[in-house]
Ligand binder design. Structure first.
Ligand code: PMP
Length: 365
C-alpha cells in the first residue's frame, strides 16, 4: 500500500511526488557529475546551470517582464517584512500603506514600524479577517512609498482576486505571495515587488523568492545589512554568499513540473476545481461545516472551516488521520480546521477528504 499520507499542511507542505522521486534519483550523483547537489560549489558550472534554469523557468511560468529581477534569498518571507522598508524608504519617517487582511499582513506592518512610518489603511481584524475591502473603501496616503498586501492569508484563508492600484503615482504595490505563489497566473507588471517563501507551493523551506522591478533596486538605506540589500543580491545573481543550493534545485524541479503540466493557467484550473468541491461540501452541509470567509475572496489554497458542534473537532481530526489525512488542525490562533490544498495536492486527496466529511456528518447527524 502507498506509504505516503495525504498531507494538508500549511507549510512546509506536500511536494509533487514525481519531483520527490526525481530528486531521489539524482540525490547521490546529479546527472553524472559524481556529486550530490548538496556537495556542489555554488560557483561551479553545475550549480550555475541549476539556478539559471530555475530562474528562466520561473520567468516563463509567470511571464516576468525583463525589467524585473528574480532573487533567490534566505530568511523566509519574514525577513522581507524588514527588507522592504529598508530598501524602499529613504528614512524612518517615510510613509507606507498596509492593507491588513489577516495575521501575516499584520506581522508585515508591525515589522515595518521599526524602519519606516507605516499606516494600516484597512484592517479586517474586527470582522475576524474574513474579508478583502473594496478598493475604493479605504483611503491611501498619496505620499506612501508603497502599498502592501498579503495576496493570500494562509491562516485565515482570505485571497485577493484582484489588486488595488497605489494612489501615489510614484508608489508601488507590494505583495506577499508566500501561500499562493505560482498557483495561478499573475500580471507581474502590476507590482513593484512580489515575494514568497518557497515552502508552500514551490519547494522546501529555506528559499525566499523576490521578484522586483529593477528601478527599485539600489536605494537601500545605509544601515541596511548587506544580506537585506536587494542591490547586493541582484548584482551577484543571488550568489553574494552561499545560497540555499539544494532548496533552489528543488524549486527548479517544481518549476519544471509546473511548465510540464501546461503552465499556470492549467494549474489554476486544477486548483479551482479542487477548491470548489471542498467549499461546496462545506456550504452544502446545512451548517454542519462552516467556512467564515466571504465567498468572493475565499482562498484556493487554504480552506479554514469549523464544525457547528465544536466539541466534535478533535474527533474529526483524529479520525481523518486514521485515514491518512493529516495536518487538518487549524492554526493555533484561530482553531477549527484548515485544509491547505496547494498545487501538489492531488484532486483525489480533496475528493477523499470530502467523502470523509460527508460520512462523518452522516454518523453525527
Ligand atoms: N507570509 C505568509 C502569507 C505566510 O504564510 C508565512 C508563513 N506561514 C509567512 C509570511 C512567513 O514566512 P516564513 O516562515 O518563510 O518567514
Amino acid at each position: 500500500s502507498d506509504p505516503r499520507v495525504i498531507n494538508f499542511a500549511a507549510g512546509p507542505a506536500a511536494l509533487p511526488e514525481n519531483v520527490l522521486l526525481k530528486a531521489q534519483s539524482e540525490l547521490y550523483n546529479w546527472r553524472g557529475s559524481g556529486m550530490s547537489v548538496m556537495e556542489m560549489s555554488h560557483r561551479g558550472k553545475e550549480f550555475l546551470s541549476i539556478i539559471q534554469k530555475a530562474e528562466s523557468d520561473l520567468r516563463n511560468l509567470l511571464a516576468i517582464p525583463s525589467d524585473y529581477s528574480v532573487l533567490f534569498l534566505q530568511g523566509g518571507a519574514t525577513t522581507q517584512f524588514a527588507s522592504l522598508p529598508l530598501n524602499l524608504c529613504a528614512s524612518s519617517s517615510d510613509p507606507a500603506d498596509y492593507v491588513v487582511t489577516g495575521s501575516w499582513g499584520d506581522k508585515a506592518f508591525k515589522e515595518a514600524q521599526k524602519y519606516c512610518n507605516p499606516s494600516v489603511v484597512w484592517s479586517g481584524k474586527s470582522e475576524k479577517y474574513t474579508k478583502v475591502p473594496s478598493f475604493d473603501g479605504f483611503e491611501q496616503n498619496p505620499h506612501a512609498k508603497y502599498l502592501h498586501i498579503c495576496a493570500n492569508e494562509t491562516i485565515h484563508g482570505v485571497e485577493f482576486k484582484d489588486y488595488p492600484v497605489p494612489k501615489n503615482p510614484n508608489g508601488v504595490l507590494i505583495a506577499d505571495m508566500s501561500s499562493n505563489f505560482c498557483s495561478k497566473p499573475v500580471d507581474v507588471s502590476k507590482f513593484g515587488v512580489i515575494y514568497a517563501g518557497a515552502q508552500k507551493n514551490v519547494g522546501p523551506s529555506g528559499v525566499t523568492i523576490v521578484i522586483i522591478r529593477k528601478d527599485l533596486i539600489g536605494k537601500a538605506r545605509e544601515v541596511t545589512p548587506v544580506m537585506l540589500d536587494y542591490k547586493i543580491h541582484d548584482e551577484n545573481s543571488s550568489l553574494y554568499n552561499t545560497p540555499p543550493c539544494f532548496g533552489i534545485y528543488m524549486c527548479g524541479l517544481v518549476f519544471d513540473d509546473l511548465l510540464a503540466q501546461g503552465g499556470l493557467e492549467e494549474v489554476e484550473r486544477k486548483n479551482q476545481r479542487k477548491a470548489k468541491i471542498l467549499y461546496d461540501a462545506i456550504d452544502e452541509s446545512g451548517g454542519f461545516f462552516r467556512c467564515p470567509v466571504e465567498k468572493s475572496v475565499r482562498s484556493l489554497m487554504n480552506v479554514p472551516f469549523t464544525l457547528e458542534r465544536a466539541e466534535l473537532e478533535g474527533e474529526f481530526i483524529k479520525e481523518a488521520a486514521k485515514e491518512k489525512m493529516v495536518q487538518l488542525k487549524g492554526h493555533r490562533s484561530v482553531g477549527g480546521m484548515r485544509a491547505s490544498i496547494y498545487n501538489a495536492m492531488p484532486l483525489a486527496g480533496v475528493e477523499k477528504l470530502v467523502a470523509f466529511m460527508k460520512e462523518f456528518q452522516a454518523r453525527h447527524a
